[in-house]
Design a protein around this ligand. Structure first.
Ligand SMILES: Cc1cc2nc3c(=O)[nH]c(=O)nc-3n(C[C@H](O)[C@H](O)[C@H](O)COP(=O)(O)OP(=O)(O)OC[C@H]3O[C@@H](n4cnc5c(N)ncnc54)[C@H](O)[C@@H]3O)c2cc1C
Length: 488
């Protein structure tokens, strides 16, 4: 091996690609191993019959890190900001889609919450800080601070929208760290939010948020634009598609990764290996026996299935104005649909003239079985719900179903165990970094931000291993390297 470190990144989802891109920018050789023949992981866009369908994320928040990445990749001309109407969100209560109050004044008038619930929220600043340090569920946290109604009619559907999860299971500290921090730092959510609003007003908006602090974005050709641009910049030759990682080991010369491609196994050497794989994939990889015990708690992290059902209707067949981001359905409503995005309102060019595109999500932690239904059964389930909630009549003119059998990691109570297990594995296999979406947040913005952090960690390790290899090499005979190109 050369003295210049070589890094292998496992997984060409957004986290892996951002990590690889950062590593490459530091002038370090990088090879990305991807099991599928498509890059981008869950970030995929299809174009059919005049519709643009997002199979995974439909939009994301323009964070500072994402804005910097977009600029570096020269994607700014292709950037789309969500339509102003997307500021409005709907939540279903009593079978009606009600606008979520956007200001304290709207909150007072909103039928989404009862008068008693509104008074209870006003009492929040007077509720003492929790002193117990044990992990707490999102549901317990919200009941304690805000009462039952905000949990049922606001937090429950919001949790479905982000994690397709169960607020009784999710940990507030891990799933919504900023919420937990508001209580910790300000003693109250209301006081914390007022302080944050004051701070935001006082500080100038950064380049990322020139269109507002919570700008939702996509690209003219959809979300897949971002991973595809990352691949171009990293270099197509450095991405090995259809290359499933099956084993990672360490020997005296560094790291050895075994990859399977078209049924043939090969090894590739590196100074450091980073896994950005979902845990259900990482736990299938053969590691040092000593790492197996630590891996058991990674196996326990649930990734419930989610199905995304894109439906195109004639505009005339939808009574609702679709003047918003979409509509979330609380579990108390006892419906199957978790939420509906008004995709063709969010961004232009998502549906042919005279038609609209709605994206429905089903499944998740509480209704996993529904996600597994075939496309006809799903349409049968969703259609009456859309009729009731949005006044949809007539059959869809376009249908596309995407099933993610293991969609999003659940940051449930006790999630600290996952990071501890990853740390333990890294200690047992020095040269391996186990990181990504399961420990640094699940949003697109989180994945981009974590790419920088993971790259920094990996680079330090790769350099240390390369230095050690050079020192040892002076004492050992030189071996023949296996070129990554041999696997391509
Ligand atoms: C349906 C859905 C909707 C979402 N909507 C939004 C949204 O609107 N906004 C938002 O901000 N976020 C959203 N997210 C979350 C966000 O898109 C993801 O968290 C993020 O894209 C995950 O990227 P990743 O690289 O960490 O993982 P993944 O995208 O899962 O990538 C992992 C990659 O590893 C590969 N792989 C697996 N096993 C192996 C192996 N053994 N060897 C080599 N490669 C392997 C896989 O093929 C895959 O390409 C959504 C997620 C889903 C599933």
């Amino acid at each position: 091996m050369s003295e210049v470190p070589h890094v292998i990144v496992c997984g060409a989802g957004l986290t892996g690609l951002t990590t690889a891109w950062q590593i490459r920018r530091s002038g370090i050789d990088v090879t990305v191993l991807e099991a599928s023949d498509v890059v981008g992981g869950v970030m995929r866009t299809t174009h059919r019959d005049g519709y643009l369908v997002e199979q995974g994320p439909n939009s994301c928040m323009l964070t500072a890190e994402l804005a910097a990445l977009i600029e570096a990749l020269e994607l700014t001309p292709r950037l789309l900001r969500a339509a102003p109407q997307a500021q409005r969100r709907y939540i279903v209560r009593g079978g009606r889609a009600l606008a979520v109050p956007a200001s304290p004044f709207e909150m007072i008038r909103s039928p989404l919450f009862s008068v008693a619930a509104k008074l209870r929220v006003l009492a929040e600043p007077f509720i003492g800080r929790r002193t117990d340090v044990a992990d707490e569920s999102v549901a317990a946290f919200v009941r304690r601070r805000l009462g039952r109604e905000p949990l049922t009619w606001a937090v429950d559907p919001f949790v479905s929208g982000v994690y397709a999860g169960d607020p009784e299971q999710l940990s507030v500290r891990h799933a919504f760290p900023r919420l937990a921090a508001l209580e910790r730092e300000h003693g109250s959510l209301v006081r914390g939010m007022i302080a944050a609003a004051r701070h935001n007003r006082a500080s100038p908006p950064n380049a990322a948020s020139s269109g507002g602090r919570h700008t939702m974005i996509s690209f003219a050709d959809g979300m897949a634009t971002l991973p595809l641009a990352l691949v171009d910049d990293i270099g197509q030759a450095n991405i090995l598609r259809r290359s499933r990682v099956v084993a990672i080991a360490r020997d005296d010369d560094g790291m050895v990764v075994t990859v399977e491609r078209d049924g043939v196994r090969r090894t590739i050497r590196a100074d450091a290996v980073v896994s950005t794989l979902p845990l259900h994939a990482f736990t299938q990889i053969t590691l040092d026996d000593a790492a197996d015990a630590a891996r058991a708690s990674l196996d326990a992290i649930a990734y419930p299935p989610v199905v995304s059902l894109a439906l195109g209707f004639r505009r005339a067949d939808v009574a609702h104005p679709l003047d918003g981001f979409g509509c979330l359905v609380p579990s108390a409503e006892n419906r199957r649909t978790l939420g509906v995005l008004f995709s063709s309102t969010l961004f232009e060019q998502r549906a042919p003239e005279g038609h609209v595109l709605l994206t429905c999500f089903l499944g998740g932690a509480r209704q996993a079985d529904i996600a597994m239904l075939d496309v006809d059964a799903l349409v049968d389930v969703v259609q009456p719900e859309l009729a009731a909630l949005l006044g949809v009549t007539g059959a869809p003119k376009f249908v596309e179903r995407t099933l993610w059998p293991q969609a999003i990691p659940q940051y449930n109570v006790g999630h600290d165990a996952a990071a501890r297990a990853a740390d333990a594995i890294e200690a047992i296999v020095p040269g391996l970094v186990v990181d990504g979406q399961f420990r640094r947040g699940v949003s697109v913005g989180d994945c981009v931000a974590s790419g920088s952090m993971i790259a920094a960690r990996t680079l330090a390790l790769a350099q240390a291993n390369a230095d050690a290899r050079v020192t040892q090499g002076e004492r050992r005979p030189v071996h023949t390297p296996v070129s990554p190109a041999a696997v391509a």
